[in-house]
Design a binder for this molecule. Sequence first.
Ligand code: HEC
Length: 125
Amino acid sequence: MRRFWPLAVLILLVAGIWFWLNPPRFWLNMTKRVEPSPEVGAQLVEKYQCRRCHRIGGEGALKAPDLSGITKRVDDPAHVTLRLWLRNPRAIKPNTAMPNFHLSDTEIEAILLYLEALDEAEASQ
Ligand code: HEC
């Protein structure tokens, strides 16, 4: 039995590197599950520092598009494009400067709820 140890360690190491560099979706959904709401979305935007590049709700840098009105700009009520974008920006635009934050599905929902709430507030002003 003893000589299988190196192999077991190697497999764990390879799996560890894989999950770290390119975590699969089921793993993200297990480890980064949140209860989607605009408030949680606001916290996630802080956590991942989206405002380092984007202006969101009138605050933040303009190194990337201002996200105000983003949930209304495209005629896609289900936000399929935005969901795909947040999942993996480079899958849509290979040379984009936006990093992949390895967001879980519920994190993406929460961020969209927050962006939608901002856009609704803006529209009703
Ligand atoms: C390092 C800078 C950077 C950070 C941090 C960043 N983004 Fe981006 N993002 C970009 C760039 C640049 C684009 C424009 C896409 C392009 O042309 O490459 C973009 C595009 C987008 C778009 C699509 C905008 C449009 O007009 O179609 C959304 C939505 C978005 N980002 C959301 C986010 C969210 C949410 C976060 C935080 C989780 C975030 N971004 C963090 C750089 C960034």
